[in-house]
Ligand binder design. Structure first.
Ligand SMILES: [Fe+2]
Ligand SMILES: [Fe+2]
Length: 354
């Protein structure tokens, strides 16, 4: 295989032939064009590594040829052949991207050295371009891989989130079922937690709390008496007044409920509401005796919902609940002592929807 392909464009036949012999001896494949037009035609259909271009050709402006060739192949190596009458072309030719020049008549040694040097430059440029192209291709492939990876991560995250939400849902359903079972232990309090939850939801929404908080309060209400699982049946369903000891036992249900839920870390907000649902606005509640705004707004809302449902439902010591009007009066009376006055106001606005 030839060492490279060379095109000589020169109307000086003698000079072209000498050059062709020297270059062919070096192992190059050499084509000769005797005017600019033949040169341009040859360049259009062949791929050359080096072009020797006589600057004194007449039919086409050699500077035009240089520009056109460079347009087709930016790395083409052009060597100007300068005759005495075209010496002033040297500067212009080099500004157009001519790599080197030799004077005519060409000296075989000069032909030899320029060709060797020019060919190694050509190989360097071509290899560089190839390396650059493969780098670009690799970049594109990497980018594609990146996009695919990002998509896969996104998908996995979505699946995981879904899985987590499903798991949360299952947990919540299980615990709510447990809370309902505890309500049902005592047929008087059947649906108690559901009712409290509905009332609190109406009040919390009316107060304009954000959706997440409303949801947290609603969930807390459904679970608020979970701790009653640890209270003896006879205390829970006792028809008369409780003894002080029995009352102490009942009071434990707020903390016990929170303890049962504690391992479910995603219920953090719900747990603190459950813990505080028997605190009073005036600080006389249990288990901690928190006061005013120290008590979570969810617990302050729930306190009213809880009292409302407890009073209007039948209790062990009375067969019928008190009337809605009496209950409303009692809650009004508790404003500022047992209950947060702001929440009582909201309650009065929405109680007709209970
Ligand atoms: Fe309670
Ligand atoms: Fe309750």
């Amino acid at each position: 295989m030839a060492e490279g392909k060379i095109l000589i464009i020169d109307s000086d036949e003698k000079n072209s032939q000498i050059m062709k012999i020297v270059l062919a001896n070096l192992g190059y494949e050499v084509s000769v064009a005797f005017n600019g037009k033949y040169g341009v035609d040859a360049f259009a259909i062949n791929r050359f590594d080096i072009v020797y271009l006589a600057m004194n050709i007449r039919d086409i402006d050699p500077l035009y040829i240089i520009r056109e060739f460079k347009k087709r192949d930016l790395d083409i190596i052009i060597i100007a052949l300068i005759s005495l009458d075209a010496v002033n072309f040297i500067q212009e030719a080099s500004s157009q991207g001519v790599y080197d020049y030799i004077k005519k008549p060409a000296d075989p040694q000069e032909i030899y050295f320029t060709a060797k040097r020019a060919m190694s430059q050509r190989k360097y440029l071509v290899n560089n371009k190839l390396a650059l192209r493969s780098l670009e291709e690799r970049n594109v492939a990497l980018q594609k891989q990146n996009i695919m990876l990002a998509r896969r991560i996104e998908e996995s995250t979505r699946n995981l989130t879904q899985l987590y939400e499903d798991l949360r849902d299952t947990y919540m359903r299980t615990i709510k079922a447990l809370a309902q079972a505890i309500d049902a232990r005592d047929h008087y309090t059947h649906s108690h937690s559901e009712n409290v939850s509905r009332y609190a939801n109406i009040m919390a929404s009316q107060m304009g709390l954000d959706t997440h908080k409303v949801e947290e309060i609603t969930d807390a209400c459904q679970l608020h008496d979970l701790g009653k699982i640890g209270i003896h049946d006879y205390v829970l369903t006792k028809p008369g007044k409780l003894t002080p000891e029995e009352f102490e036992e009942v009071k434990l249900h707020a903390l016990k409920g929170a303890q049962i839920l504690e391992p479910l870390t995603f219920l953090e907000g719900v747990i603190s509401i459950v813990k505080q649902h028997h605190e009073r606005y005036d600080g006389k509640g249990y288990p901690y005796g928190l006061k005013g705004e120290q008590i979570d707004i969810g617990a302050r809302i729930m306190a009213i919902a809880d009292t409302y449902d407890a009073m209007t439902s039948a209790r062990p010591y009375r067969t019928q609940g008190v009337t809605k009007e009496e209950t409303i009066e009692e809650i009004k009376d508790g404003s500022g002592t047992q209950f947060d006055p702001k929440v009582v106001e909201v309650f009065l606005k929405v109680v007709h929807r209970f």
